[in-house]
Design a binder for this molecule. Structure first.
Ligand code: 13P
Length: 235
């Protein structure tokens, strides 16, 4: 069983999300092998009641409801029965300037409500160029304060330099990092993300220590995401 997750980021409208997810759910009916997640933008959240996939939120503020302009909280997610969330994506850390402290706060809050949490970590190019030890200590810093024994935790390793660039990390890069992370994380599922496409899905999913993939751009078009799912079947 592999975990295959699609992160829509700031793509798709409510209407196109509905069409995409309805068709995807139908096409998945014979595919019981994988656990599939879709993270639409928050304006396009759908009731998490599909048969073959789980809907999650890309982001929410650690609050039930209150005064945080521009954010959504637990109440808004519960209205859609959403209990899965992405935390710590590098685009939020880099562009929105989310600190490790706020990631920890979000983690603790949504853990308390039993959410499945896909917690993202990943180094930038400069850190990668400083060698594997630098990368590992950076990744360690992004795990600081996170309860890695939480049974609904999934970690996604997404090297920033591979995100949206079309150039995935090499299989040996992925294997090196995943094998080290696995030593720390034990049974926690570990996903890879960063330029996963239909034609590299099989190779990436065959790497030891890769329990799944978190896909951005190549998952935004249904045909492409279906190919990824097809190519992940025998892995
Ligand atoms: P890409 O697949 O577009 O590189 O994005 C990866 C990602 O950030 C998924 O969360």
């Amino acid at each position: 069983m592999k975990i295959i997750a699609s992160n829509f980021k700031t793509n798709h409208t409510r209407k196109s999300t509905q069409e995409f997810i309805t068709k995807l759910d139908e096409s998945l009916s014979q595919d019981s092998n994988n656990r599939v997640f879709v993270f639409p933008p928050n304006t396009a959240l759908l009731e998490d009641s599909f048969k073959n996939l789980t809907i999650g939120s890309q982001n929410a503020y650690p609050i039930e409801s209150g005064s945080v302009t521009g954010e959504i909280g637990l109440n808004q997610l519960q209205e859609f029965n959403i209990n899965t969330i992405l935390i710590g994506h590098s685009e939020r850390r880099e562009i929105i300037k989310e600190s490790q402290e706020i990631c920890i706060e979000k983690f603790n809050f949504f853990k308390q409500y039993g959410f499945t949490i896909i917690y993202c970590i990943g180094e930038n190019l400069k850190t990668k160029q400083n060698g594997l030890d630098s990368t590992l200590s950076f990744l360690e810093s992004e795990l600081l304060g996170i309860d890695i024994n939480y049974d609904k935790l999934i970690i996604a390793y997404e090297p920033i330099w591979a995100i949206g660039t079309g150039v995935s990390a090499t299989c040996s890069d992925i294997e090196n990092v995943h094998s080290k992370l696995k030593q720390k994380l034990g049974k926690i599922p570990l996903l890879y993300g960063g330029s996963v496409k239909p034609d590299n899905t099989k190779d990436i999913l065959s790497i030891s220590g890769v329990d799944g993939i978190l896909v951005g751009s190549a998952s935004w078009e249904l045909g492409s995401f279906c190919k990824i799912l097809e190519n992940s079947k025998e892995c």
